[in-house]
Write a protein that binds this ligand. Sequence first.
Ligand SMILES: C[S@@+](CC[C@H](N)C(=O)[O-])C[C@H]1O[C@@H](n2cnc3c(N)ncnc32)[C@H](O)[C@@H]1O
Length: 438
Amino acid sequence: MSIADGGVPHREGRTLMLLPNPPEDGQGPGTKASGKVFYNPAMAGSRTRSVLLLRHALDEGFLGEGTVYALDGLTASGLRARRWLNELPAEMSERVSATIVDLEEEALRWAEASHDEFPPSHGGGILEPSKGDLRSVVLRSGRHWVDIDPYGSPMPFIDSAMQSMARSGVMEVSATDTAALTGSSRTALMRRYGARVRTDSLAHDSGMRVMLATFSRVAARHDRAIVPLLSVWDSHHLRVSFRVLKSVSTANELEDSIGWRVHSPTKEEVSASIDAGLHHNSSVVHLPMHCMLPLKFPIDRSDPRVSGPLWVGPMGDRDAMSSMTEENALESSGPEFSVDDPIGWDERRVEAERRGVARSVRHISEESDVISSSHLVVVDDLAAWLGSGAPPSPRRIVDMLNEAGHSAGVSSYGRPSFRANAPWEAIVEAAMSIQPPM
Ligand SMILES: C[S@@+](CC[C@H](N)C(=O)[O-])C[C@H]1O[C@@H](n2cnc3c(N)ncnc32)[C@H](O)[C@@H]1O
């Protein structure tokens, strides 16, 4: 009797799989699927974005011209790598050799059983299971693509993974130690990431920036530099995706991208931020809610207004993000209904999955144009800061800023917010014209 006998078929995106038990709905961080295979439907969006990012990287040619060696480092059900192979177009999938790694033999057996039962629809790509500790398996050969999706902190895996990177590759790293990264567990944050984070409504943004700063320092130790492609806070996890490039000279410029975020900055701090190119030029008549400061700025690290050291550069790449449209997501990962659906899903179920796929990229392409801007503004904070009553809708304020000739976009950040490439006074003016002070 094979392991697949008695397996429950399931679908995520366009890809079919077998699980030991039916997945539960609405799962969060603590969920470990029954049997020894972890499957968390709450990470479906992250896996959809991973397919799209790999597609973009292959399109742009930054993974070289030959075989792309990809590693799904902590694979569990194998679904992430299987989705790459199944949901990429055939000519791209054929270039990918994916290794799936897990400590659990049983997880890999289920991944193989799923792959045998439901191979990629176009037949392309290679899937190779490798049982063992990621920290040693990853060093066996060079990789163009490494995915690290652990329980908790990714820190134990970063150094060896960084050493395995080809001259030009991509790493995607998730973290579920969100309490540490967002500053609630201060000692864990300091111990793992050497940083502090102010626990405010930008704490998840700061947490992702702390991840990028930490990984860029690891990269520099191995003569590499990172270039962020996408940073996403999605329910219980934070995830950053970045290019890794072998370049001693860029690695030497590391400190240009690292600094501090200061809440309620003084005039002097805002001026220093403008001088360092970290803040949109403004009259400093209205002081913003926060600004970034360069690493060299004399900071009092015990000042509760300060978060960092963190990444002060853009957290994403305009082209990569603009490729993440709902249309592209549905084209690559949206299932199609058919009356003889192989796992018996009805039209409603297929439609719900398509909606999930579309939702996973919501606002990302819109945000791409303004991802380098200095303002990420949570509208609740803005209303409180200005004493202007009910918060404006992000869409409304974005439209007003765009009409006034600035560039702004609704943000994919997990709180109602927008990014704007505009002087702070223009943001204040737009907010006030929507809702004058009480
Ligand atoms: C959070 S789950 C991964 C989820 C998976 N990436 C996905 O998209 O569904 C973490 C997995 O890492 C495995 N694991 C934990 N420590 C490991 C290590 N040192 N080396 C390899 N696998 C490990 C666990 O067995 C578990 O299956």
